[in-house]
Design a protein around this ligand. Structure first.
Ligand SMILES: Cc1ncc(COP(=O)(O)O)c(C=O)c1O
Length: 379
C-alpha cells in the first residue's frame, strides 16, 4: 500500500503519497449505501459466500462496467477480490512458481515488485515509451525468455501516467495469442480519466487472449473498502477460484460487496467516481502548472488521468540525492529508481497529486524548487 497517511496541514508535503485525501472519501454515500444494504435484511451477506463472489453484486458491477467501459461486461466474467493487491498475489499463487521469470513494464508500480519478490519470481523489464509498453521490445525479449506472465498497467500508468495506445493494445494481444502469454492488466486507473476515456480496456480482450484484468474500488471510491474484481474468462477465473484461500474463505468480502452493490444500484458509485475525476483533473492541472512555472527546466508530460506526474530533472540531477535536501525543505517524493527492477531512471521522480489540495500542491512545488536551487551533487 501507499506510505502512511500524511494529512493536509502536516509539516511534510509528501508527493510520494498515492492515496486520496480523507476529505475525498465518500462517507455520506457509504452511509446511505450501508443503510440500504442492511435494510435488505439479507443474512446471506454475513455467511460464507460463493467462491466467485456475491452474484447480485457481480450483476450490479457488470452493469456499471458495461456503462463505464462502453463495452459489454458479463457478470460471469467477474470474480470478486479484496482489491488489486490481493488479486495480484492470488494470480501469482495460481499461475507462477518460485524461480519463474515474469515481464513487467519499466518503470512499474514499485509495490507490485514486492508481491513478485514474495513469490520468488525473476523480474525482467520491458521498456515503455509515450505509447506505453514497447511491443517490439516485448517480441525481442520473448526470443530469450519464457515468462509465466506479463504485468502491465495500460491506462494512466503508475508511475509515469502513460496510457497504452489502441494499436499497442492490439499488438500486445496479438503477441499474447501467438506466444500463449498470460497478460495481467492492472487497470485500477482506467476509469479515472479527466476528459477522454483511454482506448478500450485490456479486460475487453478477455475472450481473444489470455488476459486477467484487475480492477479495484480503491481508486474509484475508497481504498479502505478492500474490494475489487478480476475480469477474465470463466476458465481462467476457475483456476483462481480453486485456490485454497478462496475455497476456505468462501469467496472474498461478501458483506462489503453487499454495501457496494447498493452504492452501484443507487447511482452513488457513478457520482463518487465523477466527483473524484473532476477533483483530480483540477489538482493535476495545478501541479503541472506550478511545475512548469517554478521548475521550467524540468520535463514532464501532463497526465490525462490517474494519480501521477513523472518529472525528469534537468542536468542529470539525481533524484535520490535531491531527496534529503527536499526533505529538509519539507517536501518528499519517490525517486524514479524505486519503480524499476534494477537501477535506472536516476533523474526522474514520481509526484502524486491525489492527496493534497491546490494550495498545498503549489506550496510543495515551491519547496521542491528551493531544494533544487540549492542542489549540488552530494559532497
Ligand atoms: C498500479 C496499482 N495497482 C494496485 C494498487 C493497489 O490497489 P488495491 O488498493 O486495490 O490493492 C495501486 C495503488 O497504489 C496501484 O497504483
Amino acid at each position: 500500500m501507499p506510505p502512511p497517511p500524511q494529512e493536509q496541514g502536516a509539516e511534510m508535503i509528501n508527493f510520494g503519497n498515492g492515496q486520496p485525501s480523507l476529505s475525498l472519501l465518500p462517507t455520506a454515500a457509504l452511509r446511505t449505501a450501508t443503510e440500504d444494504c442492511v435494510a435488505r435484511g439479507d443474512a446471506s451477506l454475513l455467511q460464507y459466500g460463493e467462491n466467485q463472489g456475491d452474484a447480485a453484486f457481480r450483476a450490479s458491477l457488470a452493469a456499471f462496467l458495461t456503462r463505464r467501459y462502453a463495452w459489454p461486461v458479463p457478470a460471469e466474467q467477474l470474480m470478486v477480490t479484496a482489491g488489486a493487491s490481493p488479486a495480484l498475489d492470488l494470480v501469482c499463487t495460481r499461475f507462477t512458481k518460485p524461480g519463474d521469470t515474469i515481464f513487467v513494464e519499466e518503470p512499474t508500480y514499485f509495490l507490485a515488485l514486492e508481491v513478485f519478490r514474495d513469490h520468488g519470481l525473476t523480474v525482467v523489464g520491458i521498456p515503455i515509451d509515450g505509447e506505453g509498453l514497447r511491443t517490439d521490445a516485448l517480441q525481442d525479449a520473448l526470443t530469450r525468455h519464457a515468462p509465466a506472465l506479463l504485468y502491465t498497467i495500460p491506462s494512466f500508468q503508475n508511475p509515469t501516467g502513460t496510457t497504452m495506445s489502441a494499436s499497442r493494445r492490439d499488438a500486445l494481444i496479438a503477441i499474447s495469442r501467438a506466444h500463449d502469454l498470460l497478460v495481467v492488466a492492472d487497470e485500477v486507473y482506467h476509469l479515472l480519466d479527466f476528459d477522454a476515456a483511454p482506448p478500450r480496456p485490456l479486460a475487453s480482450y478477455a475472450e481473444s487472449a489470455r488476459v486477467l484484468s484487475l480492477g479495484s474500488f480503491s481508486k474509484i471510491c475508497a481504498p479502505g473498502l478492500r474490494l475489487g474484481w478480476i475480469h477474465s474468462t470463466p476458465e481462467l477465473l476457475g483456476t483462481l477460484m480453486r485456490s485454497g484461500v478462496v475455497q476456505s474463505g468462501g469467496g472474498l468480502n461478501p458483506f462489503t460487496s453487499g454495501v457496494v452493490r447498493s452504492l452501484l444500484d443507487l447511482g452513488l458509485a457513478d457520482r463518487t467516481l465523477d466527483a473524484l475525476r473532476a477533483v483530480y483533473a483540477d489538482r493535476s492541472a495545478v501541479l503541472c502548472g506550478a511545475l512548469r512555472e517554478q521548475l521550467p527546466t524540468a520535463t514532464l508530460v501532463e497526465p490525462r488521468g490517474g494519480y501521477f506526474v513523472w518529472v525528469e530533472l534537468p542536468n542529470d540531477m539525481r533524484a535520490a540525492e535531491l531527496l534529503p535536501r527536499a526533505k529538509a525543505e519539507g517536501v518528499s517524493f519517490h525517486p524514479g529508481g524505486r519503480f524499476l527492477s534494477r537501477d535506472g531512471f536516476a533523474s526522474a521522480m514520481r509526484l502524486s497529486f491525489a492527496h493534497y489540495d491546490a494550495p498545498t500542491l503549489v506550496d510543495g512545488v515551491a519547496r521542491l524548487a528551493r531544494a533544487i536551487a540549492g542542489y549540488g551533487p552530494a559532497a
